[in-house]
Design a protein around this ligand. Sequence first.
Ligand SMILES: NC(=O)c1ccc[n+]([C@@H]2O[C@H](COP(=O)([O-])OP(=O)(O)OC[C@H]3O[C@@H](n4cnc5c(N)ncnc54)[C@H](O)[C@@H]3O)[C@@H](O)[C@H]2O)c1
Length: 357
Amino acid sequence: MAKKLKIGLIGAGGIARAAHLPGYASIPDLCEVVAICDVQEETAKTLAQEFGIGKVVTDYKAIIADPEIDAISVTTPNAFHMQPTIDALKAGKHVLCEKPLGMNAAECRKMCRAAKDAGKILQVGLQLRFGGIARFMRSYIDAGHMGSIYYSRAQALRRRGVPGWGVFIDKKKQGGGPLIDIGVHILDITLFLMDYPKPMTASGKTWDQLGKNPDLFNAWGNYDRARFTVEDSAVGMIKFEDGAVVLLESSFMGNLEDGPLQTQLFGTKSGAIVKLSGEEPIKIYTEQDQQIFDMIPRNIPKVEAPHVDEVKAFVDAILNDKPSPVPGEQGLTLNAIFDAIYKSSETGKEEKVDVSF
Ligand SMILES: NC(=O)c1ccc[n+]([C@@H]2O[C@H](COP(=O)([O-])OP(=O)(O)OC[C@H]3O[C@@H](n4cnc5c(N)ncnc54)[C@H](O)[C@@H]3O)[C@@H](O)[C@H]2O)c1
């Protein structure tokens, strides 16, 4: 049997425990996490014990410098994605980096360039693509049943869902609020189903009227309102080179129904409402022989944990010399769109989206 891949992990927090480490642990014949890093030593030690990881460090450079390590997961807050990723790629290691790829497009550009120069895999942690819902829709679209998708409405809307832990309310450490944190997931799924058209311009608006208000209830834990420096809601309209348009809405707090994480796709042959969870997540609107039909698929593939499949795809791509399952360039596209929406909110104008690197 070929040698097992040796993995290092940087950032021993929630997503490391819930997603990356269980993912690697699910394929013990193919890989082994040999080192874990966190600036908080106790945090790293706890996870090391839980997952049987031999080496604990507090400086990520020790992981980069370890010649035994083939690939790393970067699971730090957004402000600490870029440097470990670039350093690892330059050291010849493959990288699975959590979403969003960077704080902004400028960071993503450097990361994509580093991956290209090194000839190593840079994968973005956008796990929803690996779920059964996305797989079903992708195969339905590939079979030509939707025709050409020319317009989509993507929504990631929480009613009272400001993350009360970590640094999700700190613009300096995250780059933004719900747009970059959860909007990234629904925009990715939407563009994935539209074959990632090239964005040209975006306009939008962000607000921070609810998140700072100490009188409002929050369902996702308490947080210091004075430290809330991100937007609580954002809306953007993105125009693409092929004429398609996407409308994106995202909120941590808003006075409406909680929870839509969904995209609505308008195709020339059919349309679809795609919810990323719940009963009957897909509804297809189509026409045959001048009769219109609403269809509910009953054979959506069951995927226990998209996160685990994401990690498996990373390992498989490395071992079998395949391209990145979620290329860094697509992470750059998402960040470049967010940059344009944030800028447009300030200037009041439609802004260019630059995906070059
Ligand atoms: N794919 C998803 O659905 C999903 C879900 C949650 C979070 N995330 C992403 O994962 C990342 C981390 O989120 P989280 O919820 O795990 O946060 P977290 O706060 O639980 O964990 C982050 C960990 O990184 C450590 N850290 C910070 N700076 C570091 C550095 N320079 N070197 C080493 N360790 C450092 C912190 O001490 C902390 O333990 C974010 O980018 C977030 O957007 C993705």
